[in-house]
Ligand binder design. Structure first.
Ligand code: SF4
Length: 305
């Protein structure tokens, strides 16, 4: 296979995915395989359900509020206005996914109230590091995609893309989780580089800044990639994909225990914890060529990270 990236200015629409493309990969799934091949298998091949945690739901809610905040006129994007969006956005999420309501017992309305208050507190962390009245994002919750190596569609949803007057790009990712940052920072940076690679291949511009916004700590972590690094990263992604294909052919996805096991929902199916994986699904393929849809589940994929 030779590298022949698509260089359109827009994400590759499903109808225009080249016929050579036979698989797709999102940063979350790629990071899963990199973290632990068995985790990738249980999530992407066995597709075992994972119960949404309160922390994930809070992350999804905060992402939704921050997305809607920028619908308001710039001068109105205040902490009060963001706080006013919390309850309506939660109602919307629960309407779209009624199971979310089960996170809180009906008999305990205080727990739900505390949850909404904790989401508002996280938004306080956002306002401590950014003033949204001075920003006009170019994209929010946007699906971006590109084809690499002729056969692989890489795509994912970025939280926010800012474009400066001189055309410089800044990719912003909101982090809401309470897990120790060092446990997830490599994974977070991997995902940001993934978005940077897609933008480079579709717009011909290397993003000037990849920004992680840690809302709980009210901290900003900026990273500046360069073209050479993204070219190396592209080779890494393709190699990762080949490793996934090989593991699928061999039905060989081994556990790789790490600190991240503490946040894994699959101990019952993991030999590291005395569990047994389910029988390998007949005819399993590692992934199809169609882009995934965030609307399939309102729970933000990276909300716990
Ligand atoms: S518990 Fe750890 S080793 Fe087991 S599947 Fe999850 S991440 Fe992998």
């Amino acid at each position: 296979m030779t590298a022949d990236p698509v260089t359109t200015r827009q994400p590759v629409p499903a109808a225009q995915v080249p016929a050579t493309v036979r698989a797709s990969l999102s940063p979350s799934r790629a990071a899963d395989f990199k973290t632990c091949p068995l985790l990738y298998r249980l999530r992407s091949i066995d597709r075992l359900p994972e119960r949404t945690s309160v922390e994930q739901a809070r992350g999804t809610l905060v992402h939704a509020v921050l997305e809607r905040l920028f619908d308001l006129p710039a001068a109105d994007r205040t902490p009060t206005a963001a706080g006013d969006l919390v309850a309506p956005q939660w109602d919307r999420l629960v309407t779209e996914e009624p199971e979310l309501a089960e996170l809180f017992a009906e008999a305990d309305p205080q727990a739900a109230a505390d949850f909404l208050r904790s989401a508002t507190e996280l938004l306080g962390g956002y306002f401590a590091v950014e003033d949204p009245r001075r920003l006009e994002p170019a994209e929010r919750e946007a699906l971006i995609s590109a084809v690499v190596d002729d056969e692989l569609l890489i795509r994912g949803y970025l939280d926010r893309l800012d474009v400066a007057p001189d055309g410089a790009l800044r990719v912003v990712d909101y982090k809401t989780g309470g897990a120790p940052r060092e446990a997830f920072e490599a994974r977070a940076l991997f995902q940001l580089k993934f978005y940077a690679l897609v933008l480079w291949r579709t717009r011909g511009v290397v993003p000037r800044v990849l920004r992680l916004l840690y809302l709980r700590d009210a901290e900003v972590c900026d990273y500046t990639p360069d073209a050479e690094e993204l070219a190396r990263f592209e080779r890494t992604v393709v190699a990762l994909w080949r490793a996934i294909e090989q593991a699928t052919e061999r039905q060989d996805f081994r556990p790789r225990p790490s600190r991240l096991c503490d946040w894994c929902s699959h101990h019952a199916h993991c030999p590291t914890f005395g569990g047994t994986p389910p029988p390998f699904p007949v005819g399993a393929v590692s992934a199809g060529p169609s882009p995934d849809s965030r609307s399939a589940s309102p729970v933000h994929p990276g909300a716990d990270e």
